[in-house]
Design a protein around this ligand. Structure first.
Ligand SMILES: CC(=O)SCCNC(=O)CCNC(=O)[C@H](O)C(C)(C)COP(=O)(O)OP(=O)(O)OC[C@H]1O[C@@H](n2cnc3c(N)ncnc32)[C@H](O)[C@@H]1OP(=O)(O)O
Ligand SMILES: O=C([O-])CC(=O)C(=O)O
Length: 373
């Protein structure tokens, strides 16, 4: 008989990875050995994606080459072009992205190969495509044309302009770029695990990231950032503490708090809190930032829980002018760098991922004819 399962696979080591590492007690996160505090605010998202996918922080030539690959990778393909309007009418953002991303494989010249070089090319294309898909979806649902991305600008700069319709300030671009860096990878989180399970059957990278998008969507994972904003929007700014206490007393989970691995401050939340404060002040109305701080204090006092990456990301995105229902899609724009790197790593040293289960159902049942049941 199998061993007793660990519910939710807590503390089970499911894969070896050289991509990222977490110390949950100390609140540390590393991408390929670099402390997230060193990378955040100093390294661009493009450099971070290169670090994850290629293994090194790029020099200037490598970054120029990778940047050109990202620009070439933005072509959406015929199936997306033909279907995006109807999809945008009928599907919610994360549903739509799951569909749209899947459609892009049709035109991918490397779709039939899991070889290392093909995977690297696909990783760059998918990283380039995801922000464009979000922008095209958002434009299509509003019945407008998405502004063309500028080949000389970063993913962060193009995305903000495409989504908000305004030219972002250099500081807004810096902040958003830092958000993308902070969300790029996170060991064996649920969506990355889903991607690796799919890849380990020797299925292709597009299939693996579709599984990941579907997994990120849930409110216990990436979907929490949208729920944080929905909570803030429904709270009375003068009654935050009482409302949060009442929710907790009623057994409700407060979205954006708690973490499977971190038992102290999530190092990404430290940066996001600071960015939320800065943007709140700059906006002239920092109510949501102040409400968030109050929520943080109450949840800690009542439950000893810390905010996770999704908590302050919500107000940062809000202050940047991103619509609330695009918060989780934004997460996917960043995490695409990590998912694709994990698929590369899985394919490079593969074994089918197939855990065991503990059977808890009935035994010794006797079949009876349908007329006698
Ligand atoms: C990018 C990310 O995915 S970050 C996580 C995003 N998700 C969220 O913010 C959703 C809210 N948080 C949660 O649901 C959880 O903290 C998770 C899913 C992140 C981690 O879950 P787990 O490690 O399985 O912890 P679990 O859900 O079992 O919680 C342990 C205890 O803390 C409580 N708890 C955990 N998170 C919260 C919360 N946000 N609000 C209130 N109570 C909570 C649970 O109710 C449980 O209490 P109990 O032992 O009295 O039943
Ligand atoms: O690691 C996790 O379980 C969730 C998380 O914070 C992430 O995916 O960034």
């Amino acid at each position: 008989m199998a061993d007793k399962p660990t519910k939710g696979l807590a503390d089970v080591v499911a894969a070896s990875t050289a991509l990222s590492d977490i110390d949950g007690k100390a609140g540390l996160l590393f991408y390929r050995g670099y402390d997230i505090h060193d990378l955040a605010g100093r390294t661009t998202f493009e450099e971070t994606a290169h670090l994850l996918q290629h293994g090194t922080l790029p020099n200037r030539d490598q970054l120029a080459e990778y940047g050109a690959e990202l620009v070439r990778g933005r072509a959406l393909g015929s199936l997306v072009e033909q279907n995006v309007v109807e999809i945008a009418e009928k599907q919610e953002p994360m549903e739509a992205l799951r569909t749209l991303l899947s459609l892009t494989s049709a035109d991918d010249p490397d779709k039939d190969s899991n070889a290392a070089d093909a995977n690297l090319r696909k990783a760059a294309r998918l990283t380039a495509l995801q922000p464009i898909l979000v922008a095209r979806f958002h434009a299509a649902r509003r019945g407008v044309e998405a502004p063309e991305p500028d080949p000389d600008k970063s993913i962060a700069a193009n995305f903000l302009r495409q989504i908000t319709g305004k030219e972002p300030t250099p500081r807004e671009v810096e902040i958003f770029d830092e958000c993308l860096v902070l969300h790029a990878d996170h060991t064996m989180n649920a969506s990355t695990f889903a991607a690796r399970v799919c890849a380990a059957t020797l299925s292709d990278m597009h299939s693996a990231v579709v599984a990941a998008i579907g997994t990120l969507k849930g409110p216990l994972h990436g979907g929490a950032n949208e729920q944080v904003m929905r909570t803030l929007e429904t709270l009375d700014p003068t009654g935050v503490a009482d409302a949060v206490r009442a929710k907790l007393a009623g057994g409700e989970k407060i979205m954006g708090f708690g973490h499977r691995v971190y038992k102290t401050e999530d190092p990404r939340a430290t940066h996001l809190r600071r960015m939320s404060e800065e943007l709140g002040e700059a906006s002239g109305d920092d109510t949501y930032y102040r409400m968030s701080k109050e929520m943080e204090e109450v949840v800690f006092a009542e439950k000893g829980l810390y905010p996770n990456v999704d908590f302050y990301a919500a107000t940062v995105y809000h202050f940047l002018g991103i619509p609330t229902d695009l918060f989780t899609p934004v997460f996917s724009v960043s995490r695409m760098a990590g998912w694709t790197a994990h698929v590369i790593e899985q394919h490079a040293d593969n074994r089918l991922i197939r855990p065991d289960s503990e059977y808890i159902g009935a035994r010794d049942q006797k079949w009876v004819h349908i007329d006698e049941r």
